[in-house]
Ligand binder design. Structure first.
Ligand code: ZN
Length: 340
């Protein structure tokens, strides 16, 4: 009851990459960089296990950014000539690569870190991939001329990699779709369908993470404009409830999401965000247990997983470490309080 997991990313150590940045530069190259990525992955597996988490991830230590880490292994994309594009409905500008030809995988994308992680933990292993709609929102299209067509093309490639990750022994494959909270109608119209293409044929657990973004300034400012009640999930959850995806990760603690919206996910496992990633203040176990208690009004206990609101990549390592511990301690307290 109340398994604990992180959304996905964790801070990169200072010897691996620039710290507290969303698109950090690597500190090494070639084989040295590969070794550093492996070392950082092992370090975070150990840290998650020591904290007492039930589901372990690679912390996304081997990719620069959660979208571009995948896209870098796709043929048909020009990474040499990046362009500035407003992403997430122009919330902020990003340097994005351009799609210039039909898309094809160059080969495996995440075999190295997935197999390494599998070898070094006996716990449930979750692996994250960007969702098709979010990828489409983080690249410039100079070829397809049609968002849906391009999303479906990416979904096929994601499916290829997801099936390979499953064969590597990954237990849970999670697609990250922050774009679902920005283009709600599109998400319901075709985003969920694209997601199901990405997850087609998987027999492991499948998940989707939908959030209000990392704790960076552009996102914090955007949240100020969303009003008293954030009802974005209301438009997307009914489509997800009908889908084949098993688990949904959502923001809860410190968000303005009306918690009753979790009811729209009947039948799904709900990864409830009990850790705020936009604040360096460490949650107390009592606060975490309180959030779990709140979610229990709307989510049956056997379907409730305690999670972070989003990735912890841009945070300091010390803060992230303390938040992992708070997550595990809070879930343990909740088991005492609400168990039996
Ligand atoms: Zn997120």
């Amino acid at each position: 009851m109340f398994d604990t997991a992180i959304a996905g990313s964790l801070p990169k150590p200072a010897w691996l990459a620039e710290t507290e940045k969303l698109w950090p530069q690597w500190k090494a190259q070639g084989p040295e960089l590969q070794q550093a990525k492996a070392d950082a992955t092992l370090l975070w597996i150990k840290a998650q296990e020591d904290a007492g988490l039930d589901v372990i991830g690679d912390g996304e230590q081997a990719r620069q950014h959660f979208v571009h880490g995948f896209v870098e292994q796709v043929e048909g994309i020009d990474f040499e000539h990046k362009v500035t594009m407003g992403i997430r409905n122009n919330r902020y500008d990003a340097q994005v690569p351009q799609v210039v030809a039909p898309l094809r995988l160059k080969g495996r994308v995440h075999a190295f870190e997935a197999q390494l992680a599998r070898k070094h933990t006996k716990k449930k292993l979750k692996f994250t991939l960007p969702g098709p709609m979010t990828i489409v929102d983080t690249v410039a299209d100079r070829y397809y001329g049609d968002k849906v067509k391009m999303a479906m093309a990416f979904a096929e490639l994601l499916n290829q990699e997801a099936l390979a990750l499953q064969a590597d022994g990954v237990d849970i494959i999670q697609f990250d779709e922050p774009a679902f909270n920005v283009y709600m109608q599109d998400a319901a119209d075709w985003g969920v369908a694209a997601l199901e293409v990405a997850a087609r044929g998987l027999t492991c657990t499948t998940a989707v993470h939908i959030c209000y973004g990392y704790g960076i300034k552009a996102n914090v400012d955007w949240k100020q404009t969303l009003g008293e009640e954030w009802r974005q999930y209301e438009q997307v959850f009914p489509a997800l409830a009908k889908s084949s995806i098993d688990q949904v990760s959502l923001e809860c603690f410190h968000s303005h999401v009306p918690p009753e919206l979790m009811q729209l996910l009947e039948g799904k496992d709900v990864m409830v965000g009990v850790i705020d990633v936009a604040s360096d203040v460490i949650e107390t176990p009592e606060q975490v247990a309180d959030t779990i208690g709140l979610a229990l009004k709307y989510v049956p206990r056997q379907h409730l997983i305690a999670c972070t609101n989003c990735g912890l990549a841009p945070m300091s390592r010390e803060v992230a470490m303390a938040k992992l511990e708070a997550l595990a301690q809070g879930a343990a307290l909740a088991r005492q309080r609400y168990g039996a």
